[in-house]
Structure formats: structure tokens, C-alpha cells
Design a protein around this ligand. Structure first.
Ligand code: UDP
Ligand code: MG
Length: 324
């Protein structure tokens, strides 16, 4: 165990339209934090930072009520919905100045909070990053299970350094967070970005439960956006694949031209309608797909070039504890 590791923990909890479950979560996290403090696993100045990602329901007012009664609760509120990845980033960047370690966890507490002890232990053993990895995907539906498994496999094929089944339940030390703060990219895919930082790291396994209240805030649209952001922010291999595809079709065209020429020499001129239609359709398909992929990257470059803020904070409720 490393001596003198500070143990002020900030939990970062992104919240988007979570009015059905937020009070339950606040209570459970409070209880867990108190337990960790009384067991001397974390410092008494530890806090839970809720990041309201532009909720349109009562989430923010419920958070403000809780923060008023309890100085260990901080609330950061965005001006509008910037997405889960921006919300956790904002919470982490805020916490960097005050905490020794930060753990991000979803507001619905589907991820087992009893695993927090293991995260802290791994940090105390000198790890700068600790990845939470789910034990199984039994709480997911068939579609999510299948697409998630295929997606992680695909990212590995593209050469991305991503940890299978690690979502955003993660501990980062102050040191790692300071480095993360230097990354200015707008297209955020935290679970792909963090492993590229390096540092000594460890994995903690945890169980995932079904949501107790409310529904998933990840619509199919948000999920597809996250998945494409993941690919385009981590890898340019799809562009290389297009070049490969281009070469292959060129070669195919030359062979086809020779075949047609030989066919013509032997006097067959009229047939071939099906073949030519098929080739036209396939070629158009390939061309449009390739343009689409290139366009996706150009779009990303465009957004990065604008350098717009990744989130806009409208208000912060935070009581700094005096140094002890
Ligand atoms: N979330 C967010 N902004 C969004 C969508 C989701 O901050 O635009 C938060 C949400 O409140 C929750 C976490 O991200 O704390 C994970 O979302 P959810 O539980 O709905 O996703 P799922 O578990 O279904 O993948
Ligand atoms: Mg969830």
C-alpha cells in the first residue's frame, strides 16, 4: 500500500430526467458514503457531486433540496442537455481541484455501490485509474446484449485499446484527472479515451441490476451517436478500409473490362443486362457508403475546429469544507 495517499473521494453522478429515482439514489449514496467515512476508508470531507444534464423534470429542484440539507452534496447544473459523457467530464473537472480520487457512477445505481470499497482499495494500492467491469449482461435485453458484444469486438478489430464491458463506472486519481483535463476534444468517448492515458491501473468486477425506477435515458439515437463517436474518436481505420475497398473495386473493374472485351470479340453483345445493373447498384452502394464514412470524419473535424464548449454550466451549489 502506498503511504500518504490522500483519500478525499468525490463521487460524480450524471442525472438526466431522473426524478423517479433520484431521491432513492441520494439516500443510498449518502448512507454508503457515511459508512466509508466511519470505516476510515475515505476522508470526512468527501462529497457526492450531482451533475444535472439539462433535465426537464423535477430532478434539479430535488437535488437542490438535498444539497440545502446536506453540505456533502454538490450540484452542478447545465444550461441544457449536453449528454452523459459531457456530464461526467464536467463533474470530474470540477472535482479535480478538491478531491484526491473521483468515481463516476450512474444515477440509477444499476451498478453495485458495494464495489466502491474495491475501487478505493485499488487506488490505495497505487493505481491511478480503476475500471469497473460488469460481471455479465443478464440485466440487458437481447438486442443490447448482442449489439454491445459486437461493438466491443469491432472496436478491438479496429485496434482500439478498449476494455470490454467497462462502461463509465470508473475511478480516477487527481493525477490522472489533471492529464485528462489537457484533452480538449469535443467528441467525447470517455471509456475509449481514458485507457490511452496509460498509468498504473486495475479492474474491479461488479454486478449490474435492473433499473428500479424510471426508464433508460439512453435512447437509440443517443446510443448510435455514442457508438459512432467511439469509433471515429478512437480510430481512422475505417478510412484505410475505404482505400482498400477502392483498390479492390478497381481491380475488379479491370478484370470485368477484360471479360467484356473477350465476350464482345466472341460476338456476344446484347445479353448482360442483369450483370451491368448489379454492378451499377453495388458500385453506387460502395461509393455512397465510403462517402458517408469520409463525411462522418469531416463532420467531426468541423465540430472540433469550431472548438465550442463541451458543456455550459448554469449554476453550481457547493460548500467548501475547511481544511482539517
Ligand atoms: N444521462 C445523462 N445525460 C443523457 C443521458 C443519460 O446524464 O443525455 C445519465 C443518466 O441520468 C444516468 C446515466 O447517464 O445517470 C446512464 O443512463 P441510463 O441509466 O439511462 O443508461 P442505461 O443504463 O440504460 O445504459
Ligand atoms: Mg442505467
Amino acid at each position: 500500500m502506498e503511504a500518504n495517499r490522500g483519500n478525499i473521494l468525490y463521487l460524480v453522478v450524471p442525472c438526466y430526467n431522473e426524478e423517479e429515482i433520484i431521491e432513492l439514489s441520494i439516500g443510498r449514496l449518502k448512507e454508503k458514503m457515511n459508512r466509508l467515512i466511519s470505516e476510515k476508508k475515505i476522508d470526512g470531507r468527501s462529497k457526492v457531486v450531482y451533475v444535472n444534464d439539462g433535465s426537464r423534470d423535477k430532478t434539479l429542484s430535488l437535488l437542490h433540496v438535498a444539497a440545502k440539507e446536506d453540505s456533502s452534496i454538490a450540484v452542478i447544473s447545465f444550461s441544457t442537455n449536453f449528454g452523459h459523457q459531457s456530464a461526467i467530464l464536467a463533474g470530474m473537472m470540477f472535482a479535480t481541484d478538491h478531491a484526491d480520487m473521483v468515481i463516476t457512477i450512474d444515477a440509477d445505481l444499476q451498478q453495485d455501490i458495494e464495489a466502491l470499497d474495491k475501487f478505493i482499495e485499488a487506488y490505495m494500492h497505487g493505481n491511478e485509474i480503476v475500471y469497473g467491469v460488469r460481471n455479465d449482461r443478464n440485466s440487458d435485453g437481447f438486442f443490447k446484449k448482442l449489439t454491445a458484444t459486437m461493438y466491443y469486438k469491432f472496436l478491438h478489430v479496429l485496434g482500439c485499446d478498449i476494455i470490454t464491458n467497462h462502461a463509465d463506472y470508473r475511478l480516477m486519481s487527481k493525477k490522472a484527472l489533471k492529464v485528462l483535463g489537457e484533452y480538449k476534444e469535443v467528441n467525447l468517448f470517455m471509456r475509449g479515451l481514458v485507457p490511452t492515458l496509460g498509468f498504473k491501473s486495475d479492474i474491479v468486477y461488479f454486478d449490474v441490476k435492473a433499473r428500479e425506477a424510471g426508464s433508460s435515458k439512453y435512447t437509440l439515437k443517443k446510443m448510435v451517436k455514442l457508438a459512432t463517436d467511439g469509433i471515429t474518436s478512437l480510430s481512422i481505420k475505417p478510412l484505410h478500409l475505404i482505400i482498400g475497398l477502392g483498390f479492390a473495386t478497381c481491380l475488379f473493374s479491370v478484370l470485368m473490362a477484360i471479360y467484356i472485351f473477350v465476350d464482345w470479340l466472341s460476338g456476344n453483345t446484347v445479353p448482360g443486362y442483369t450483370t451491368s445493373l448489379m454492378i451499377t447498384l453495388i458500385m453506387n452502394g460502395i461509393t455512397l457508403l465510403s462517402l458517408g464514412i469520409i463525411g462522418e470524419y469531416i463532420g467531426k473535424i468541423y465540430m472540433e475546429a469550431k472548438g465550442r464548449p463541451r458543456y455550459i454550466v448554469e449554476s453550481i451549489v457547493f460548500q467548501k469544507e475547511d481544511e482539517q
